[in-house]
Structure formats: structure tokens, C-alpha cells
Design a protein around this ligand. Structure first.
Ligand code: FES
Ligand SMILES: [Fe+2]
Length: 376
């Protein structure tokens, strides 16, 4: 299913007629499609697809089968048989080819049909003309990514987890499905102003102690990086250790927020949170946590999962509540001054990505270096 051309946020926004600081109150959206094409989207952790097995996923407006062949390589194709529509994932996979559960048609890892068992030996059919759509896929930082769009020689880079170069690490992933369009999920992901209200935990922070924050942003890749700084002391953890820590946060299209925290200059933990559209009304959030303390996986994995699940659960709850209001298609004033600017940059980035890929030219980052201030 191709997503139809609906810029979902455009019609809902109040756009101030004039402003002395136009870059701070920006009409978002103006995007050509509901989610950007010709780019990599997060799919799932590598270890969820074992050798000789396949996994079926409903993402990117499609049903997609991701498999790992006996030689360890991965592949992805539309999980819908072009004969009569049965999902191929219900069939057998021999480590090389998938057989449809309905009439046994076989498909190789490129989605090309290799056999139609019902044909008699004298019934010649050029079966390799029959195919199901294949999706380029790759592994990076322990995760599988899917390419959505027209494959090309110069594929863009996959967003990478930061701060882990040369370090050994363990990792775990938490996932949640939010009932909102990808744009809302991304805007929430990079919105600093929701943190004290949505992410309240006794061990983290509450909304009572709002303080002014000043963060230095620079354009980077297809997004931006918030220059390395000491974490603010709003939470118990950073009150205790904050003087010896630094953190760097970054965002890259299509919806990837990375963060890492160093203690005495060495990365202690890192994370990557991604948004992948399921369809126009639902999105997946995947939060991969990495830690570089060796040998403690048995202890740290459940703790890290519990923390990530709590944060994602808080994001899910507010997304569900936001949906109650959005059903009425209200006019929104989403982007107000500095705390809303990352949201505006996201829409500017999407628009530029679409224009650049349509015009066949390199992406030119529309973001300008800037110090943003807000109360959180
Ligand atoms: S539906 Fe797949 S072989 Fe018939
Ligand atoms: Fe959040």
C-alpha cells in the first residue's frame, strides 16, 4: 500500500499571519508524503531474526517478511503472495527460499518466484517474472533497518547509535505502538517541554522544579546534534553523578533520536529511539539501550528494560490521550518559540529531504546553528 499524499498536520495548524521571528513559529508539514521516502527505517533487533527463521512485520503501510538465511544474511520482502495473497510467513522457509502456505509457490530472498508446484512438466511458465516486492535491508548496531523507496546506487546512511566506537557493549530493546501518525510521535520524541509533565517518576523528576535550560544545537547529517554538555541536575541520578558526566543528544531523519552519556570521558550508556510508521494512524517506537559495563547483562538488562518500559509507557499514555483530542481535528499551535523549534526543524528536514530526492540532488541541511532556551 502506498501511503496517500496527505500532509496530516497541515490542516490542523493555526499559522500566525505574521511574526517578527518567523523562524520560531514555523508552519510545519508542507511535506509531500505522509512519511519520507528513499530512506532507512528501523525494523527490529537483529537477534529477533534467527538463522533459518522469518518474522512478519506490519510497518511502512505494508506487511513485510524479514528472514535470515542459513548463511546468516538477512533479506526482506513483501509478506503477501502475489498469487492469491496469503502471507508467505505462514509457509515453510528452508534457509534459502520461502514456500507459500496456500499453493506452495516458492520465492527466493529477492522475492522472485522460483517454482510453481502445480505446473506439469510440459506447462512452461516464466515463473521468475512473478515477484513480491523486495525491501533492501541492513544491520547496524545490533538492529535491522528497512529501506523504504526506490533503491539507488548511492543509498543514504543508516542512522547510527553514537558514542560506542571501539567499546564492547550489551543492548536491549523496548517497543511500544502509539496510536498516532509518525509526525506526532517524532515531534513528541524531540520535544523538551513534555518531559517534566509526561515523564514523572519519583526517581527521575517531577514538574515542580522548572529551570531555564540553554542548549547549543548544530546542524549534522540529516538533522542536528545538541552539543555535548553536563546533564541538568533535575533528576536524582544526575544530582549524584552529574559533575563527572557529559551527554550528547542527536536527531536524524526519518525519526531517530540518539543519546549517550559519558562518565569521566568514557561512554557509560547510549540509546537510540526510533519511530517507524505502521500506517497513517499508528507508529512504532523502539528504544534500544546500550551499556558498556561488561559482564552484568543478567543484572542490567531487567533494570534497563524496566526504566525504558516506564518511559515508553508514559509516552504511550499521553499519545492515547492526545488522540482523544485530535479526533476532533482541532486547530493546533504546535510550534511556539524555542522548545518547539526542534519540531519545526523536523518538518523542514522532511521537506528538504523530499525536495532533494525528487530533484536528484544532495540533501542540504536547512538547520542553522542556534542556542535554544526553555523552561523544563
Ligand atoms: S496464494 Fe501463495 S501460492 Fe497461492
Ligand atoms: Fe517522551
Amino acid at each position: 500500500m502506498e501511503p496517500s499524499v496527505i500532509p496530516p498536520l497541515t490542516s490542523n495548524l493555526t499559522v500566525p499571519a505574521e511574526t517578527s521571528e518567523p523562524e520560531l513559529i514555523e508552519r510545519p508539514a508542507l511535506v509531500g508524503t505522509t512519511w519520507v521516502k528513499n530512506i532507512w527505517y528501523y525494523a527490529l533487533p537483529s537477534d529477533h531474526v534467527k538463522k533459518g527463521k522469518t518474522v512478519s512485520m506490519n510497518v511502512l503501510g505494508d506487511l513485510i517478511l524479514i528472514g535470515r538465511k542459513s548463511d546468516g544474511s538477512i533479506f526482506a520482502m513483501r509478506d503477501i503472495c502475489p498469487h492469491q495473497g496469503a502471507p508467505l510467513s505462514f509457509g515453510d522457509f528452508d534457509g534459502k527460499e520461502v514456500a507459500c502456505p496456500f499453493h506452495g509457490w516458492k520465492f527466493n530472498s529477492e522475492g522472485i518466484c522460483t517454482d510453481i508446484p502445480a505446473l506439469c512438466s510440459d506447462q512452461q511458465v516464466n515463473v521468475c517474472k512473478i515477484r513480491t516486492r523486495s525491501y533492501p535491508c541492513r544491520e547496524a548496531d545490533g538492529n535491522i533497518w528497512l529501506y523504504y523507496g526506490e533503491p539507488r546506487a548511492d543509498m543514504p546512511e543508516i542512522p547510527r547509535a553514537q558514542g560506542l566506537d571501539g567499546l564492547k557493549y550489551d543492548q536491549t530493546v523496548s517497543r511500544v505502538i502509539v496510536p498516532t501518525h509518525m509526525d506526532y510521535a517524532v515531534v513528541a520524541l524531540i520535544d523538551p517541554a513534555h518531559v517534566p509533565y509526561v515523564h514523572k517518576s519519583w526517581w527521575w523528576r517531577n514538574s515542580k522544579a522548572l529551570k531555564e535550560k540553554k542548549k547549543h544545537y548544530v546542524p549534522a547529517g540529516t538533522g542536528w546534534t545538541m552539543v555535548k554538555h553536563s546533564p541538568s541536575k533535575g533528576s536524582l541520578i544526575f544530582k549524584l553523578l552529574g559533575d563527572f558526566m557529559e551527554t550528547e543528544i542527536a536527531f536524524r531523519l526519518p525519526g531517530c533520536r540518539t543519546e549517550y552519556i559519558t562518565l569521566f570521558g568514557r561512554t557509560l550508556v547510549a540509546s537510540m529511539t526510533t519511530v517507524t510508521p505502521i500506517d497513517e494512524n499508528n507508529s512504532e517506537l523502539n528504544h534500544t539501550s546500550y551499556w558498556t559495563v561488561p559482564g552484568l547483562k543478567w543484572l542490567l538488562k531487567p533494570i534497563v528494560n524496566a526504566i525504558a518500559d516506564e518511559f515508553l509507557g508514559q509516552d504511550l499514555r499521553i499519545a492515547q490521550r492526545q488522540q482523544i483530542g485530535l479526533k476532533f481535528k482541532p486547530k493546533l499551535t504546535m510550534i511556539v518559540k524555542d522548545s518547539g523549534l526542534p519540531g519545526s526543524w523536523y518538518f523542514q528536514g522532511k521537506r528538504e529531504w523530499n525536495n532533494a530526492t525528487e530533484e536528484g540532488r544532495p540533501f542540504v541541511n536547512p538547520i542553522k546553528e542556534k542556542v535554544l532556551r526553555w523552561m523544563t
